[in-house]
Design a protein around this ligand. Structure first.
Ligand SMILES: Cc1ncc(COP(=O)(O)O)c(C=O)c1O
Length: 393
């Protein structure tokens, strides 16, 4: 272990911070490290391997595609890209899709679209209002949209035209939208920001506001999408439809891919040559995406997510009743957070040392993101380790 930690220090940028663990193999909800030690995975590569590691349908699809063709660039038609777009369109509010390689790029696409949409309607506004506590990516524009100052440090001046208002506060958003506004960008659930849920009226209210003021509602479903909350996408569960939605993470179950989906009126402004990506939507990535959606729609992964999500939540609530240091359990489906009254990183380390991978976000919120195929039995294996970890605080 020392060896790879030392080599990583020597050859890699120090960002992001890495734990002293090298995972080399995975199967379902289990992963193995370079010494052969097994772990239960409640992180899923940060909400990415939603179908579990080495899912047979995804593996077969990318093996077959790799043997046929990986890439031809965005100059030509790509069969699995068209098929993935069809599947996304037929299973969402959207009319059109643009593919890229990550969540940040998907949001960049949406931000460019919003500026052009406003211009073409003669509005001239280019501002985007997002929320405090949000996370939208690490490129300069998406960082500027991100409502957490700790990510901005060292990178000022940020891209102009971004403002943040408190999450779940409709009057604040109503005050912030002005003739300068082109779009409102929000996550249905703030995931990196601590698993923060909006009230039932917030997202439908945002849509009404956006319609009244003639601005676009962009939902960032990079983390909540692809089944994480128990539905293919989170937005229907909140009673809202966006004009634009971004996806990434679990869309390829680990193969890098991002997507920006939009209604026709918005997508129409992205005319030829206005935006492109060399790798975006290539054969390999979109073939993986097709296998992911087909599997999510044809297997019981979504129902399992709802059922085991409710079970995990209940078991976490039981812990909360016994541990005063737990302030709240919140989330939806298998995007669950446990807010502590103190720093939680030591629990992450304890769990890892005892064979379970969990995550901590914003310092105090333990986050549970197992593959959607996780079982009650696997939840039962997490709990005693987590309990001991909490005792060690
Ligand atoms: C809601 C949300 N948007 C955007 C991103 C950025 O995605 P990526 O890391 O693929 O650029 C993330 C990543 O955590 C995210 O959670």
């Amino acid at each position: 272990m020392e060896d790879f930690v030392e080599k990583a220090r020597r050859y890699l940028f120090a960002t992001p911070g890495r734990q002293p663990l090298m995972l080399v193999r995975g199967q379902g909800c289990r992963v193995w490290d370079s010494t052969g030690r097994e772990y239960l995975d409640f992180v899923s590569g940060l909400a990415t391997t939603n179908l579990g590691h080495a899912h047979p349908a995804v593996t077969a699809a990318i093996q077959e595609q790799a043997a046929k063709m990986l890439h031809t660039s965005c100059l030509y038609q790509i069969e699995p890209q068209i098929e993935l777009a069809r599947l996304l369109v037929e299973n969402s509010f959207a009319d059109k899709v643009f593919f890229c390689n990550s969540g940040a790029e998907a949001n960049e696409t949406a931000l460019k679209l919003a500026r052009k949409y406003a211009k073409e309607r003669g509005q001239g506004g280019f501002e985007v209002i997002s929320c405090l506590g949000s996370f939208h990516g690490r490129t300069l524009a998406t960082l500027s949209a991100t409502g957490q100052e700790k990510f901005h440090a060292g990178f000022h001046p940020l891209v102009p035209g971004f403002r943040q208002v408190p999450f779940n506060d409709l009057p604040a958003m109503a005050r912030a939208i002005s003739p300068q506004t082109s779009a409102v960008l929000v996550e249905p659930i703030q995931a990196e920001g601590g698993v923060n849920l909006p009230g039932p009226d917030y997202l439908p209210g945002l849509r009404r506001l956006c319609d009244e003021r003639g601005v676009l509602l962009i939902l960032d479903e990079v983390q909540t999408g692809m089944g994480r909350t128990g539905e293919l996408f989170a937005y229907p569960g909140f009673g809202v439809e966006p004009h634009v939605m971004t996806l990434a993470k679990a869309l390829g179950n680990g193969v890098p891919i991002g997507a920006c989906l939009a209604v026709d009126a918005a997508a129409a402004v992205m005319t030829p040559s206005t935006h492109a990506s060399t790798f975006g939507g290539n054969h390999l990535a979109t073939r993986a995406g097709v296998a992911v959606i087909q599997t999510l729609l044809s297997s019981d992964a979504l129902a399992n997510c709802r059922r085991v999500g409710a079970y995990l939540r209940e078991r976490l609530q039981e812990l909360a009743r016994r541990f005063a240091l737990i302030k709240e359990i919140r989330g939806k489906g298998l995007l669950l957070g446990m807010e502590l009254d103190r720093e939680g990183l030591k629990v992450v380390d304890f769990c890892r040392e005892h064979g379970v991978l969990i995550n901590c976000t914003t310092g105090k919120v333990l986050r549970f993101l197992p593959p959607l195929i996780v079982t009650e039995k696997e939840v039962d294996q997490l709990l005693p380790v987590l309990e001991q970890g909490l005792r060690s605080l």
